[in-house]
Design a protein around this ligand. Sequence first.
Ligand SMILES: NC(=O)C1=CN([C@@H]2O[C@H](COP(=O)(O)OP(=O)(O)OC[C@H]3O[C@@H](n4cnc5c(N)ncnc54)[C@H](OP(=O)(O)O)[C@@H]3O)[C@@H](O)[C@H]2O)C=CC1
Ligand SMILES: CC(C)(CO)C(=O)C(=O)O
Length: 333
Amino acid sequence: MRYIIIGAGAVGATIGGRLAEAGGEVVLVARGAHAEALRADGLRLTTADGTRVHRLPVVTGPDELGELRPDDALLLTVKTQDAIAALDAWGDAEVTGGGTAAQRLPVLCAQNGVESERLAQRRFARVYGVCVWLPATFLEPGVVSALCAPLTGILHLGRAAGGTDALSRAVAADLAKAGFGAPAVEDVMRWKYAKLLGNLGNAIQATTGPEPDPAKAALLLRAVREGKAAFRAAGIPYASDAEQSLARDGKVEQPAGVRGGSSWQSLARGTGSVEADYLNGEISLLGRLHGVPTPVNDVLRHAANIFAREGLPPGAMSIEDLTALADEAAARA
Ligand SMILES: NC(=O)C1=CN([C@@H]2O[C@H](COP(=O)(O)OP(=O)(O)OC[C@H]3O[C@@H](n4cnc5c(N)ncnc54)[C@H](OP(=O)(O)O)[C@@H]3O)[C@@H](O)[C@H]2O)C=CC1
Ligand SMILES: CC(C)(CO)C(=O)C(=O)O
């Protein structure tokens, strides 16, 4: 199998670099200064095993790669707000032997939230969910680190529609060879919904900073309670906190000195957008569809988006001010 990593940033480059090191065939898809640095100097990837430079093929889109092969797998690791453009760009490409990528190739969504699978399923026939527990940092163009130990993350994966198949088991085996804890599971979306609950804190971290604080934990708990209430109202199953702790046990601790998570990094890099519409916004959507008030997630989504649009530095807001906004919204709800 050849892995085409669409959006080889923090998560994509970490997975791609490790797959390549384990003997896998990998193509990195990147853009801008990152693509240039990857081509000029290779991918400089630091994991708990040390720093390695990987010289891998780099393309900016399907035109540069030529016809796709029947044994290609598309691994989607762009932020969710970039998923439509990426899926559209790759879906129409021709596959050697007939058909388009959208008809023939598997697309594996290794992202937070649950929206990318839906976007991919509108366009592609074979869609897989990947639940990624992998604190990874885009340090500068061409340079990525993922320092959690002993394994570099844990990835549950399976068919987005439910179940496993030969492809998901083959990918799980390749990921395991590359050092990831990567079981293929029957119910990957149940794990992804559970992971989404933790990612409701991405907006808190992005707006108020990554340092732990009881007031941040208290606000996250309120967001998570709303999320669970929305899931219950919508009849959506999700893995329990105990199941998640067991799966993560000893595998994905964030090492000291590491910077913030994925949304914090988007603000720090000034990318102009965060994923909040698909994290907190997923809870707001479910709440509206099923009659559950979600004032805390509404505020978190809105605050993170304002930071991104106005180019505010991550962590510029106090947790007291953010909590006060959530309290006002809750009083109105
Ligand atoms: N970082 C982390 O610790 C974790 C992240 N996740 C999830 O993984 C997903 C990816 O996050 P992360 O790796 O942090 O994000 P990054 O921003 O580090 O990487 C995404 C990369 O995709 C690039 N990109 C976007 N659109 C295209 C395109 N059409 N063609 C080529 N490249 C493109 C971006 O370029 P540009 O910079 O120019 O926008 C960026 O380099 C998200 O869903 C996130 O929530 C999950 C677990 C942990
Ligand atoms: C919390 C973390 C690092 C876990 O993998 C994550 O999902 C993110 O930064 O978005």
